[in-house]
Ligand binder design. Structure first.
Ligand code: DOR
Ligand code: ZN
Length: 422
């Protein structure tokens, strides 16, 4: 067990279910930290809770449950790979069908390193959006040891870039330009803390002596906690958490620390990848761990703790690149992530907390408003979704959770009227 706490005083989240009993409405400015949440489930699913940012914003949950239908604010994806060109064109509709915004990962070849790179990539994304889509790509920069702190600050302050991504060099897909020695990025991290730009972290060490199943826990000890101690005002997100260690570390931190959890890590453990044959479409990084770790993720995601929010890490690779001697890491979940989550949250008796996980905690962490529009989830006969998404480069297999999905997701149009199924 690796439980670590940074030394500074924990700024408590103000919100956790129950706290609203002590609070008639929003917090006074003195009580609020910039990202506080006053979101509560104790009001019950049909009455909603409210969520706040910087005291002047108080946003009510839009969740309501009627006859097997659950309406929630439209979700966001706080960790998404879109790639570029033809693949991006093929996968974008899968995300914009359900999600209003997504944090776009910068691990292209070459990576999105500068503000100018991010501007150009954003333009390419917007150009390929399906007609009529209302979707906002939230751009990130890929941190290298040569990254210029002033360029990062300018990109953050202009609103172009919402986060900077730390890939340990060699940890995952297209991470060769990542960071080998974190002391060499200290000036950038300090600048980010100064301008309030969060750091998204791929939390795995690359030391070949560390077993792949222990790499997240080792990263927390060797890299993440030292970063937190060296730059205490930096806002940090431990991405795609896969272990109890990661959950416990994030939970013990103040509200400057968040953690994303994917739909696939909530659905599968390492047996799904390896028992009875090797299943390349379940292989991703960080690799899924033992069942006890999956249970810790499920417990955190469904707990209502605002440290945790959805980042799908939906990572398209063609079947050709997955199904080979050395296959690529990544699960493509954009198509059915929300249905998978609804199934899992329902099983935990936690459907009333789904909106927090997919639509409220993420914007609160990033200091953004929750979406105004809603989606409706309806329970019925198992929903069908395509097994594969076709692209000019070949098919991409959609994540198969291994259990039937009963929740369909409908989007309302901008007038809140005609639902469109998906
Ligand atoms: O499984 C993964 N795929 N993990 C990552 O960190 C990167 C991603 C990708 O880009 O394919
Ligand atoms: Zn990723």
């Amino acid at each position: 067990m690796h439980v670590r706490t940074a030394p500074r005083r924990k700024k408590p989240f103000r919100s956790i279910a129950g706290s609203l009993l002590l609070l008639p409405h929003c917090w006074t400015p003195e009580q609020s930290s910039p990202e506080f949440i006053c979101f509560s489930r104790l009001l019950g699913p049909t009455q909603g809770g409210h969520i706040g940012q910087r005291s002047e914003v108080c946003i009510f949950s839009r969740e309501s449950t009627v006859n097997g239908m659950l309406t929630i604010r439209r979700p966001d994806d706080w960790h998404l790979h879109l790639r570029d060109g033809a693949i991006m064109k093929a996968v974008l509709p899968e995300t914009v069908r359900h999600f209003a915004r997504a944090i776009i990962m910068p691990n292209l070849v070459p990576p999105v390193v500068t503000g100018a790179d991010a501007t150009a990539y954003r333009e390419r994304i917007v150009a390929l959006l399906p007609d009529g889509a209302d979707f906002e790509p939230l751009m990130t920069l890929y941190l290298t040891e040569e990254t210029d702190p002033e360029d990062v600050a300018a990109a953050g302050e202009s609103g172009l870039v919402k986060a900077v991504k730390l890939y340990p060099a060699g940890a995952t897909t297209n991470s060769a330009s990542g960071v080998r020695d974190v002391t060499r990025i200290q000036a950038v991290l300090e600048k980010m803390a100064e301008v309030g730009l969060p750091l998204c972290v791929h939390g795995e060490v690359t030391d070949p002596a560390v077993d792949i199943f222990d790499r997240e826990a080792a990263f927390i000890d060797r890299v993440l906690d030292p970063i937190r101690r060296a730059t205490p005002d930096l806002r940090v997100i431990l991405e795609h958490i896969t272990t109890r260690d990661g959950i416990e570390y994030v939970k013990a931190q103040n509200s400057d620390m968040g953690g994303t959890i994917t739909a696939h890590h909530l659905a599968i453990n390492r047996n799904h990848i390896l028992a009875g044959g090797i299943r390349p479409h379940y292989y991703c990084l960080p690799v899924a761990k033992r069942e006890e770790h999956r249970l810790a993720l499920v417990s955190a995601a469904t707990s209502g703790d605002p440290h945790f929010f959805l980042g799908t890490d939906s990572a398209p690779h063609t079947d050709r690149n997955k199904e080979q001697e050395c296959g690529c890491a990544g699960c493509f979940t954009a198509t059915n992530a929300i249905s998978v989550l609804a199934e899992l949250f329902e099983k935990e008796g936690a459907l009333s907390r789904l909106e927090g996980f997919v639509s409220l905690h993420g914007p609160a962490f990033y200091g953004l408003r929750a979406n105004e529009d809603t989606v409706t989830l309806a329970k019925g006969a198992p929903v069908s979704y395509p097994e594969k998404i076709m692209t000019p480069d070949g098919p991409i297999t959609v994540f198969n959770p291994g259990f039937p999905l009963h929740w369909s997701v409908s989007r309302h149009d901008l007038n809140g009227e005609t639902p469109t199924q998906g």
